[in-house]
Design a protein around this ligand. Structure first.
Ligand code: ATP
Length: 366
């Protein structure tokens, strides 16, 4: 069992409030990612969890027990750092064995445990090599092995893949995922890479300015962002956003969006009452939820635009189209014969719309 709770966690460095008020419940076995741009307080939060940084305010609990002031080695956690933090003058064996030697684990046990994790991470042939003789990917594996050998209750990862090239990064990502599926140890992972967060995580905490904006299951954060910040941070290509006015008819449930000469209308759904409103909104939609219709088509939630960018990826093509200041990206299959400058009709499925308050950015449900 290792359920981790952060309660109202805060950290100041002099006048800088690096972490303001972070509350998270991390279930046993879960893989949780702290996601956000540089400087939002991810690393500071992780360091407090590891005991490497003193807490200014708040509490940390593991399995219901308060560990806020415990020393790092008492916490049963192991951290994998961005720069690996390996001991360069030691060989791979020495690096992996180091923490166990400090704990005075009997030599035969150390040997057995080192060889077992070295085999799991496919570095057993490298055990006698010095760290300086390893590639970046091999060093990353040794760093993982060194964390794993401690058999921690909780794994902490601080952007462990950011120093690797793109191909290796993708491979190591899969290995970390596989490792987690085998060990099922509670894991907290820090990254600014939303794709990495989506692929690895059970739960994602999206952070901004020292606070958590949304915390939920990865698919939920993607499908139902509670704020425009989350909606546009997660997902590739970026969610299209249209600024304008939304009118919802409380009687019929019909809805009209208007902006800069563009008008998009959706009929109401019988038996599904709506909240009447007329508000400035930022209307969001993801590329996979925008459908390109046959030329001249009409219907619910349609608009016409002119194609101004085509991004063929092989498997799919992203089509960016504009009508005045309104711009939308649609995902389509390749070979649709769409060209730059073409006028196309797109349909925005109503259930897939993300309606954000034009002023606060908070999600609105009509
Ligand atoms: P990155 O992805 O760049 O590492 P981050 O989200 O992990 O960013 P933190 O490293 O936690 O962010 O930093 C949060 C804020 O606290 C930043 O404004 C940073 O400049 C500040 N900060 C972090 N450590 C210290 C420190 N030791 N002294 C003063 N300010 C600090």
């Amino acid at each position: 069992m290792s359920r981790v709770e952060l309660r109202g966690l805060a950290k100041s460095f002099g006048p800088v409030q690096a972490v303001k008020d972070v509350t998270l419940e991390i279930p046993d076995h879960a893989f949780v990612t702290l996601l956000g741009p540089s400087g939002c307080g991810k690393t500071t939060t992780l360091n407090m969890l590891a005991g490497l940084e003193k807490v200014t305010r708040g509490e940390i609990l593991v399995d219901g027990q308060t560990i806020t002031d415990w020393a790092p080695h008492e916490r049963g956690m192991a951290m994998v750092f961005q720069n690996y933090a390996l001991y360069p003058h030691m060989d791979v064996y020495g690096n992996i064995a180091f923490a166990l030697k400090l704990q005075k684990v009997p030599k035969a046990d150390i040997d057995r445990r080192v060889r077992r994790v070295a085999s799991a991470l496919e570095v057993e042939k490298l055990l006698q090599r010095r760290i300086s003789q390893l590639s970046g990917g091999q060093q990353q594996r040794v760093a993982l092995a060194r964390a794993m050998v401690k058999e921690p209750k909780v794994f902490l990862f601080d952007e462990p893949l950011s120093n690797l090239d793109a191909a290796l990064r993708t491979r190591m990502r899969i290995e970390i995922k596989r490792l987690h599926q085998q060990l099922r140890a509670t894991s907290v992972f820090v990254t600014h890479d939303q794709e990495e967060a989506m692929i690895l995580s059970d739960y994602i905490a999206v952070m901004r300015d020292g606070e958590v904006v949304q915390y939920g299951r990865a698919d939920e954060v993607y499908r139902k962002p509670n704020h425009i910040y989350v909606g546009t941070f997660i997902g590739k290509p970026r969610m299209s956003i249209m600024e304008g006015r939304l009118t919802v008819d409380g009687q019929t449930g019909g809805m009209v969006f208007s902006a800069d000469g563009v008008r998009i209308a959706w009929a109401g759904v019988p038996g599904r009452p709506a909240k009447a409103m007329e508000v400035e909104v930022s209307l969001g939609i993801r590329a996979e939820d925008v459908k390109i219709l046959a030329a001249g088509a009409d219907g619910d939630g349609t608009m016409t635009g002119e194609v101004n960018l085509l991004e063929p990826l092989g498997s799919d093509t992203y089509v960016e189209l504009a009508n005045g200041k309104v711009s939308i990206t649609a995902r389509t299959e390749p070979d649709r014969g769409i060209g730059l400058g073409d006028k196309v009709v797109v349909q925005l499925a109503r259930p897939k719309l993300h309606i954000f308050d034009g002023k606060t950015g908070a999600r609105i449900e009509p």
